[in-house]
Design a protein. Structure first.
Length: 94
């Protein structure tokens, strides 16, 4: 019985870790990225571009996609909403 509880506890923890991060934190990361000069410049070049945020190793990776789906900018944002790095062009596609 203890072994079963331990397995179920580990499974529950793994499932919780795989669930999406809270929407408020994701929105904060997107808002921070949207304020960068790099993203603003690329949005002007690509009308209709859209931002998506992905949780990644204790931070957020926010990508700006042109309407056809090409990634044109990438911004790394920490959990406090501070921009760590921002790239455009070929550097964003790595």
């Amino acid at each position: 019985m203890r072994a079963l509880r331990a397995v179920l506890s580990l499974a529950a923890a793994a499932l919780a870790a795989a669930l999406p991060a809270p929407a408020a934190a994701q929105e904060r990361a997107i808002a921070a990225a949207a304020e960068t000069p790099e993203v603003r410049r690329e949005q002007a070049r690509h009308p209709g571009a859209y931002l998506r945020a992905f949780r990644e190793r204790g931070r957020w990776r926010v990508s700006l996609y042109a309407p056809r789906g090409e990634e044109v900018a990438e911004v790394l944002v920490d959990d406090r909403g501070r921009v760590l790095e921002a790239w455009t062009g070929v550097h964003a596609q790595w």
